[in-house]
Design a protein around this ligand. Structure first.
Ligand code: FEV
Length: 403
């Protein structure tokens, strides 16, 4: 469970039995397909989830950027985001393990909704921990979780966003390891979570690689995906990592500025890959936003799903080795990209996904200067639309965007 010097299992002793049990189950069911687990998983992703998702040419953006822009439409997966790939896999695994209760954290509410849907589909009781702040800014998803039969536990400690929700869920898990499985929502946490979540999400790049060969007659020059914890990112990259000719771009939330206020312990962004330093968070060594005393700093982003001070250890390692290029766009660029995709392509993206489009505009948009970055993007660019923006309508509608 190591990626360079990142990863590992930095958990309290009380959690080790659960971690060992999960690692054993991951190896047997996911890696060795015991009892046909992965066949069952793929069949449900198809029939319940609606896979495969399209790889669709964005005609207007292709015109605007003078290259072939293709969209991997994870916004069309059941529930409206890539999150179901991982949630369905983990709830199904918990069932195979004989667990009786599911808990999960959520920030944007997409992971919470996906877990609630998977639990209803597989008849498992479910409790979702969600920060108070996120409950208020992702309300449509709170309704969906409840309508799917899950309980939503508000988390009021700290800022009431993702970091606190993860910590609260880990506490519940440590108390109830016997009958409970914690469905972590991203490629974070102690081994085996980062590897297991990547494996469940890798269906994205498995499909995209085949679809690219069919539609482009070749591999893409670049794959661009937003990065919060990094699960849609690792899912979109996994099957391309060995294809050196395909550049991989992880787009983080630049928030309002990359400047951090060490004294106040506030980072007005979530650019852990770009400005973070090595540390341990939620059971893994990775890169994270921490002050010089190692205190985790407050992160910020207009999008809940990217508003996280950490990032997956494997993605951090891929950036350190230069295989993945970490970039970022700020809140305004993301909001403008949200409106631009809605108006130009008829797709309202999640604010998280909008960051990937903000990057494209910043490098090859009409106002962008010629650059090496533009050349490196190449002719065929795949952008991962990690989710749809229904949850963000209220917070985005105030912003205006003249086409
Ligand atoms: C697990 C906490 C993250 C959540 N969402 C993150 C998210 C993200 C960022 O998460 P990653 O893919 O794990 O980097 C991207 N796109 C959409 C649509 C998202 O909802 C959530 O709770 O829904």
């Amino acid at each position: 469970g190591k990626f360079g010097d990142y990863g590992g299992q930095y958990v309290p002793e009380a959690l080790m039995p659960a971690i060992e049990e999960l690692t054993d189950a991951y190896e047997r069911y996911v890696l060795d397909n015991e009892d046909g687990f992965m066949d069952d998983f793929r069949a449900r992703l198809r029939d319940f989830g609606g896979r495969p998702t399209p790889l669709q040419r964005a005609d207007r953006l292709s015109e605007r950027y003078g290259r072939e822009v293709y969209l991997k439409r994870e916004d069309l997966l059941h529930g409206g985001a890539h999150k179901l790939n991982n949630a369905l896999g983990q709830v199904l695994l918990a069932k195979y393990m004989g667990k009786e209760r599911i808990i999960a954290e959520t920030g944007a509410g997409q992971h919470g909704t996906a877990t609630a849907m998977a639990c209803a589909h597989l008849d498992m009781p479910c409790e979702i921990y969600m920060g108070e702040r996120d409950i208020n800014r992702q309300r449509p998803n709170v309704f969906r979780m409840k309508l799917n039969g899950s309980e939503v536990n508000p988390v009021t400690v700290g800022r009431g966003t993702l970091k606190e929700a993860i910590s609260e869920t880990m506490r519940d898990w440590a108390t109830n390891v016997e009958d409970t499985h914690y469905v972590i929502g991203s490629v974070v946490g102690p081994h085996p979570f980062p590897s297991m979540v990547r494996d469940f999400q890798s269906v994205i790049s498995e499909e995209a690689r085949t679809q690219a060969r069919e539609k482009l007659g070749r591999l893409p020059d670049a794959v661009v995906a937003c990065a919060g914890g990094g699960s849609n990112t690792m899912g979109a990259f996994a099957e391309f990592v060995d294809d050196e000719e395909t550049a991989l771009y992880a787009v983080e939330a630049g928030g309002s500025t990359l400047e951090v206020d060490e004294e106040a312990g506030v980072a007005p962004n979530s650019a852990s890959l770009t400005t973070g330093t090595e540390g341990i968070l939620h059971g893994a060594r990775t890169r994270l936003l921490q002050d010089r005393d190692g205190q985790i700093m407050e992160s910020h982003s207009v999008s809940s799903g990217l508003d996280y001070a950490g990032v997956g250890p494997e993605l951090a390692h891929l950036v350190d080795t230069g295989r993945v290029t970490a970039v970022n766009v700020d809140d305004d660029e993301a909001l403008t990209a949200f409106h631009r995709l809605s108006q130009m392509e008829g797709i309202i993206p999640a604010l998280e996904s909008a960051h990937a489009f903000g990057y494209l505009e910043s490098v090859v948009g009409p106002d962008a200067p010629d650059s090496e970055e533009a050349d490196d993007l190449g002719k065929y660019v795949v952008v991962n639309v990690s989710g749809r923006g229904d949850k963000d309508l209220e917070s985005a509608i105030e912003e205006t965007y003249e086409r």
